[in-house]
Design a protein around this ligand. Structure first.
Ligand code: BDR
Ligand code: CA
Length: 310
């Protein structure tokens, strides 16, 4: 039986690739796409999720809009990375269908309450505002969720939007704090992993060679040409969010460790920092499995093969 997941997302170029990988996977049943403000404002993430669903040739799963701003802080977006439309200006038609009218937070709560305990996994690809809002309203769902797999945070990789913080956690640190304290089973896919999942010209060429619509669009979303950074060098861009789906499909590609993770919510200097007790010096109990290694070749082989399926 396929594993049931809900993808909470802010598409976002790498979110789009993650959604396509999940929708193409027979091992997964995507029950819903719940959208949140993050890379771009909510109206645009909710529009993009439907455009991606259309590209996958699907009328399901339902796409719902959730929180349009973080719990306490002003929204910070990442249009400079994802383009003002969130998908780098890639040519995709307007959505074929309207949004599902259910509020995303209601959908999360209702789905988890109705499913058997442990049956549904949440995959979080953006700021954790929707999931924290659901936990605030219905704390009992923490014990009902199978696992929360989230892309966010960093250990040794430090930050990508500030010296100390990764984007998803930095945008809504209060939400991340609620999720990490909830008692739910959590797997964190941090920058330490995703900064090794680098699209290089050779890997990009393999996407383009897929000769499917998905391969063509993924190539357009991930083109490393012209991207040079002190961190990743020339012509390399990290593919963050699809690592979460790859973890569900092929956990053997990763290594992880159970540690205590706390979120900085006070200091503006380090706001959203994920403080990971790697060596157990605090005595605080582990509240997350943190992935720290990835077989990058295996990850790209998996992604390329799935995108090439007609
Ligand atoms: C995360 O931030 C967003 O810009 C990406 O979509 C990813 O979820 C990486 O820090
Ligand atoms: Ca994202």
């Amino acid at each position: 039986m396929a594993r049931q997941i809900i993808i909470d997302t802010d598409p976002g170029k790498d979110d789009a690739v993650a959604i396509l990988l999940a929708l193409a996977a027979p091992e997964l049943e995507v029950l819903g796409l719940t959208c949140v403000a993050g890379n771009v404002p909510l109206a645009q993430t909710a529009r993009n999720a439907r455009r991606i669903r259309d590209l996958a040739g699907r009328r399901d799963p339902p796409v719902m809009a959730g929180c349009d701003r973080p719990l306490e802080r002003a929204l910070v977006t990442a249009g400079h990375v994802h383009g003002q439309d969130g998908l780098g200006g890639v040519a995709l038609p307007a959505p074929a269908a309207p949004l599902d009218p259910r509020p995303a937070v209601d959908f999360l709560i209702d789905t988890l309450r109705q499913a058997a305990p442990g049956a549904v996994t949440l995959v979080a690809l953006g700021p954790l505002t929707n999931i924290a809002s659901a936990l605030l309203r219905a704390p009992e769902i923490a014990a009902r969720v199978g696992e929360i797999v989230l892309m966010g945070g960093a250990h040794r990789a430090m930050g990508n939007v500030t010296p100390a913080a990764e984007f998803n956690i930095h945008v809504d640190p209060q939400a991340a704090d609620i999720v990490l304290r909830s008692g739910a089973a959590i797997t964190i896919v941090p920058l330490d992993v995703t900064h090794r999942a680098l699209v290089t010209p050779a890997r990009h060429a393999a996407f383009a060679a897929a000769r499917t619509d998905m391969g063509r669009v993924v190539a357009a979303l991930t083109d490393p040409a012209g991207h040079t950074s002190a961190r990743h060098g020339p012509e390399a861009v990290p593919l963050h969010d699809p690592c979460t789906i790859a973890w569900l499909l092929a956990p053997g590609l990763f290594d992880g460790r159970a540690v205590n993770v706390m979120i900085e919510t006070q200091s503006e200097l380090t706001m959203g920092m994920t403080v990971m007790d790697w060596w157990g010096v605090t005595g605080r109990p582990a509240n997350a499995r943190v992935l720290h290694a990835i077989d990058a070749e295996g990850f790209f082989d998996l992604l390329t093969a799935r995108l090439a399926r007609p």
